[in-house]
Design a binder for this molecule. Sequence first.
Ligand SMILES: [Zn+2]
Ligand SMILES: [Zn+2]
Length: 388
Amino acid sequence: MLPEFAAYRRELHQNPGLMYEEHYSKAMVEKKLTEWGISFKSGLGKTGIVAIIEGQKNTSGKTIGLRADMDALPIKEASGQPWVSKIDGKMHACGHDGHTATLLGVAKYLNETKNFDGRTLLIFQPAEEGGRGAFAMMKDGLFKGDLKCDAVYAYHNWPYMPIGTAGIRPGAIMASVDNFEVIVTGRSGHAAYPHTCIDPVMIGASLVMQLQTIVSRNVPPQECAVISVTNFNAGTGAYNIIPDAAKITGTVRTLSPATRDLVEARLKEVCKNVGVTYGTEIQVTYDREIDPTINDPKHTTIFADAAARVLGNENVYREIEPSMGGEDFGGMLVEVPGAYIRIGQAVSAKDSPHNKSLHNSGFDFNDDILPIAIDVFAEVVESSLPLK
Ligand SMILES: [Zn+2]
Ligand SMILES: [Zn+2]
């Protein structure tokens, strides 16, 4: 299957679409599914597609969902590959082209063999890169009615691990992503007369320092949390004017709902009370963007065992470290139990595009992991829904 699906992957790579603009990928997926006689539903989350494959029988009454993301990033490609993006300023720098091609391969294989007792849903998701595409698909009926799933699985290509390996862990594997915006209201005036002003720069500076005490003094040391202030805007450019406000924004990452609640609550309290301390108001807008990706222990074992049958048990790491990066798939795992695995794609040639970091302009998905990922997904379906 490798030559066929590598060709599809490269075609997808040349025609990237940003969040909710995955029109080329959508049309290509629909065309292939139609060609192979697989039924599907389109338009879940605008550009999302769900294909449905019935097994040889369905005495189990169970349905397994497999998910691939399809969107690209607003990055000018510098991979130097022959299949470089045709669209200037857009590229598949996270390998979602490869995830889409993988799921097409799984679709073709499962449709030809139907070696399982139950149903399989192939979930082609838009807008993983900050567009909450998983949530949009669920809002449009994914996991409801005839799209109900008993388990859902997804993978990410992983350029930080060598090809031929995979990594997973029970519990949190990717972090929650929340963003905050803080407005410090001051009173502007002459910088030589600070006692007549309320200085939002000084208050903001104090606040930035105080926020880090949430991680060091409130979050239990065994738990993980990140607060990063990434923007601090204030001032007119003049040396002698105290400005009237400061705007501070940043991101919060955690690995559990309890820590997430704690950090949100403390962040709001610290802002309010720093405001009280300095005699002004500090307003906070706190947006929960992405849920932590929490692997269910039972489904983690199913996924790891499937990977072990493909790669050898010694090449599957079952207790890898979680990442503080976010993954939209976490939202699906809130609704349906399942698991998320990393499949290594790094090669020995050090400067290879397959070894570049995700979201790097020089990155390229490694087509040699297509058969691995297709095989692992097929193993998950066939071992979870065995024909007796
Ligand atoms: Zn990404
Ligand atoms: Zn990604």
